[in-house]
Design a protein around this ligand. Structure first.
Ligand SMILES: [Zn+2]
Length: 371
């Protein structure tokens, strides 16, 4: 069995790159290519541990996109046996969820491996089985006559609940492990059960109702971003129209919506309270009273919009250093503004104590727990 795995070359294709249009959603922004690349790296580790030879279709450290033909050519030139294109899905209707796996319109050979992977993915993601589908996608068209070739869409990043999970490493593990398991099933290779680093746990917490945190009194909020959405409901999906830099509005209330702060304006509309995009005129001390727990928090900091992790690129700018220092104070290590192994270990300990997902990464869940 293992001999068969050694002879099999698998090409992992993480879909898209930073500048692919449209492949992003939400606030904070989820970039599809970033998730695809994280899953690709984990998948490679798992498949190699199972004994397969593995390559990527493109350079995962290059922010620029490689053409669909270039990705396919890399696999063909290397003589790959199986091509796996990793994606998450998008659609205008933000309520849609579910898992689907594609093969090329004319492919017969790829049906079985697609079905094996799709079965495992549906179990791991726990959403609707949308089935094995056929399409004339470029990467499939340019590979299916030379090798087995599939394209996986684990779930829809346009759905806010799915996206919340996609920001967490447990999603990447669930995705990568399911694909690796499906590939092992297809090739009848033993799945490397010893490599599971963290059990995938899907966050099933329902989307919380907005919590009124305080009447901030007639404060004025001013737009810092060049263009910014206002919402007609306390819901990040209820985009209404955009406002421009330096426009100002009267704030009535501060709300917590899906772990992110929002201001209710006197006009009845809503706007983000993220200080990256808006600033309050005059100093208003926000004091949060959560009716569920009765706890009061003196220092609310909005989530900076990106996770803080080892090798965080934001360490280099001043705002990023301030965010990291806040985290360091919360976990009681020297606030030097550098998120290194000591900070990471302290964050892991904090996550363990608080019953959070232990990954050493300060994403929205850990951040909002701290602040
Ligand atoms: Zn995609």
């Amino acid at each position: 069995m293992r001999k068969l795995a050694r002879q099999t070359l698998i090409c992992i294709d993480p879909g898209h790159a930073k500048n692919t249009p449209g492949k992003r959603a939400g606030n904070p922004v989820f970039y599809e290519y970033e998730g695809n690349r994280r899953v690709a790296r984990k998948l490679r580790t798992l498949l190699e541990r199972a004994g397969f030879r593995v390559m990527y279709s493109c350079d995962l450290n290059n922010p620029n996109d490689l053409s669909l033909e270039g990705r396919a050519r890399a696999a063909r030139n290397a003589g790959a046996d199986l091509f796996i294109s990793i994606h998450t899905n998008a659609v205008n209707d933000t309520s849609v969820r579910g898992t689907e796996t594609f093969i090329h319109t004319n492919s017969k050979a790829s049906e079985d491996v697609a079905r094996a992977v799709q079965d495992c993915l549906v179990k791991a993601i726990g959403q609707r089985n949308r089935g094995v589908k056929r399409a004339n996608f470029g990467v499939l068209r340019n590979t299916y006559q030379h090798m087995l070739s599939i394209l996986t869409e684990a779930d829809f990043f346009t759905n806010p609940t799915a996206r919340q999970w996609m920001f967490q490493e447990s999603f990447d593990y669930a995705y990568a492990q399911a694909v690796a398991q499906g590939v092992c099933d297809y090739y009848k290779v033993e799945y490397p059960s010893d490599v599971i680093e963290s059990k995938p746990v899907q966050d099933k917490t329902p989307v919380p109702e907005p919590i009124v945190t305080e009447d901030v009194g007639a404060a004025i909020v001013r737009v810092k971003a060049n263009e910014l959405w206002v919402y007609n409901k306390p819901d990040w999906n209820a985009r209404y129209f955009t406002v421009k830099k330096d426009e100002a509005f009267t704030v009535m209330k501060e709300l917590m919506v899906n772990d992110h702060k929002m201001y209710q304006l006197k006009s009845g509309l809503f706007i983000t309270a993220n200080t990256k995009y808006v600033e309050l005129d005059g100093r208003v001390e926000a004091v949060s009273k959560n009716p569920a727990t009765g706890t009061t928090s003196q220092s609310i900091r909005p989530y900076p919009g990106y996770p803080i992790r080892l090798t965080s690129p934001q360490m280099r700018d001043t705002n990023g250093r301030t965010d990291i220092q806040a985290v360091q104070r919360a976990v009681k290590v020297n606030p030097d503004g550098w998120y290194g192994p000591i900070s990471e270990r302290a964050v892991r300990n904090y996550q363990t104590r608080q019953g959070l997902i232990v990954d050493g990464i300060v994403g929205p869940q850990t951040w909002n727990h701290m602040f």
